[in-house]
Design a protein around this ligand. Structure first.
Ligand code: FES
Length: 514
């Protein structure tokens, strides 16, 4: 299989040249008031707010700080989430839309204040104010734009209708919300981590937690590869999807993957942040100092696309046909979880005591909402009522709002569980796998998930996902095994890249060399 253009450049523009953190790993038992699992924006902001409120806090990050979904986002810090307010009014009521808008506006203000503080301490994340737009190029969708303007205004946002933008093509109309924010998300995470460290938060990297056990007054976060643990009165699980299956979030959300590119332009980049209301979704913003643009789109359910490399090709073709592109400099992909009713789950985990909290299902709008989540989680740990808590309640089962989506997604999981097994009965033989190719193949009568590297060496694992047993699928663009059921991802050797799976794919030896 020929290499696709850009195969060698798959890294996020935010992570490409940034310094990596060097926090220690956990080598001995540790006791704190609050253990935060996950070192993205939600976890670090919650840790900082709690430490400043007087708690002793530890952060446990499975990899490196800020290198997960945070480092792969467009980093728009905005309350305008495509066409959400008209939908919230229809699906819930006007009060729900108002609460959602207020939480995001206050999240934005909190992030702006922290960015300013970090810049003064030497961690500049290039935060800038800009308008956010949701636009359509289809005259027959103008009604939806007008309805969103009205609903957003009723929710308290400074929204207005415009029929001209600075984009180099005509739009039929757009919602504009002024004074929103954009920044470099990785540099912002570095600022958060450094502020946490200065304030006394204990940060541990390469510390993957695999269980949280209950012991009378304490919760114990156990690491998967070492006999060490962090004991805490409260635990906040701020991983992308909670690794504790007890909350059942894997069945109440679905995993979605998106693709991003960063391009240098021959000419100025638009100052505003744009997202299309039309399909396919395109999200555009400029890079700091106006040196180019970031374009994100091509979303699909994880593990359910036969050729992920085509996603980059389509995104690149669209960008070249809409902007004067000089060069495409970075390509990357990122994953998020979509809540069944469109509202993130924040607060106490179902089936847990008040001491185990979480935030998940950000629907790709996790920057302002993550900061709002940290405010809710801080108050929950301090046993204080929060005015937004009931809208985001992580224990809610709002069947009216989410039943159809839940049934649809779980039927899809069941279909994949059985369908992929049946399809694999017709798998080709391992010998048919070319260098650079991966797939489910037959090796000595057994079905294996195999990747043949460019040198011809075969890396073979069991195709059975260690989370709940679905068959993983080969992702050619990322050279990973992706699970179509709940979004776990494994590298070509079977090591966990992304949960909810906690354990690697079983290695299969004795694959013959070609
Ligand atoms: Fe749940 Fe694979 S992620 S079965």
């Amino acid at each position: 299989m020929a290499a696709h253009p850009g195969d060698e450049q798959r890294r996020s523009v935010w992570l490409a040249d940034a310094p990596r953190t060097q926090f220690p790993t956990l080598e001995q038992h540790h006791t704190v008031d609050v253990a935060v699992v996950g070192g993205g924006i939600t976890g670090l902001t919650t840790a900082l707010l709690l430490q400043r409120a007087g708690s002793r806090v530890a952060v446990l990050e499975a990899g490196r700080i800020g290198c997960g979904v945070t480092g792969g986002s467009t980093a728009k810090v905005t309350s305008l989430h495509n066409l959400i307010y008209a939908r919230l009014e229809r699906q819930f009521d006007r009060q729900a839309a108002r609460t959602y808008a207020e939480a995001n506006q206050i999240g934005l203000a909190q992030a702006a204040a922290l960015a300013e503080e970090f810049a003064a301490a030497g961690d500049d994340c290039a935060f800038e104010r800009a308008s956010a737009f949701t636009y359509t190029c289809q005259p027959d969708r103008l009604d939806a734009i007008h309805q969103e303007v009205e609903a957003a205004r009723r929710a308290g946002l400074p929204a207005r209708f415009v029929d001209r933008t600075e984009l180099p093509w005509e739009v039929s109309g757009a919602v504009e919300v002024e004074d929103q924010g954009q920044f470099d998300p990785y540099r912002y995470c570095l600022g958060l981590a450094n502020a946490c460290a200065r304030d006394g938060v204990a940060i541990f990297e390469n510390a993957r937690v695999h269980d949280v056990e209950q012991e009378v007054e304490e919760r114990v976060c156990r690491l998967h590869d070492r006999d060490v643990a962090v004991r805490a009165r409260h635990v906040v699980v701020a991983t992308l999807l909670p690794f504790l299956d007890r909350g059942g979030f894997f069945a109440r959300t679905y995993p979605s993957r998106s693709y991003g590119i960063a391009a240098t332009l021959d000419g100025p980049a638009p100052a505003g942040m744009y997202i299309s209301a039309d399909a396919p979704t395109r999200s555009v913003r400029r890079l700091p100092e106006g040196r180019g643009i970031v374009v994100v789109g091509e979303e699909h359910k994880v593990g359910q696309d036969p050729d992920t490399r085509q996603r980059y090709a389509d995104l690149e073709a669209w960008t070249r046909s809409h902007f004067p592109v000089r060069s495409i400099d970075y390509r990357w992909s990122a994953q998020d979880y979509m809540a069944a009713d469109g509202i993130p789950y924040i607060g106490r985990m179902p089936g847990e005591t008040f001491q185990v909290l979480t935030a998940t299902g950000f629907n790709k709008w996790g920057l302002s909402t993550a900061t709002a989540a940290a405010l809710i989680l801080r108050d929950a740990v301090q046993n204080r009522e929060h005015p937004w808590a009931s809208l985001f309640d992580a224990t809610r089962v709002d069947l009216l709002a989410s039943a159809r989506k839940l049934i649809e997604e779980n039927a899809n999981v069941a279909k994949r569980f059985i369908g992929d097994r049946l399809r694999s009965l017709a798998s080709p033989d391992l010998d048919e796998l070319q260098p650079g190719e991966g797939g489910i193949v037959v090796d000595h009568g057994n079905r294996v998930a195999a990747y043949r590297d460019e040198a011809g060496n075969v890396h073979a694992c069991s195709p059975v996902c260690t989370h709940m047993g679905c068959f993983v699928q080969w992702n050619a663009a990322e050279r990973s095994w992706d699970c179509p059921c709940h979004g776990s991802r494994f590298d070509y050797r079977g090591e966990v890249l992304q949960g909810p799976a906690l354990h690697p794919l079983e290695r299969k030896g004795h694959a013959p060399e070609r």
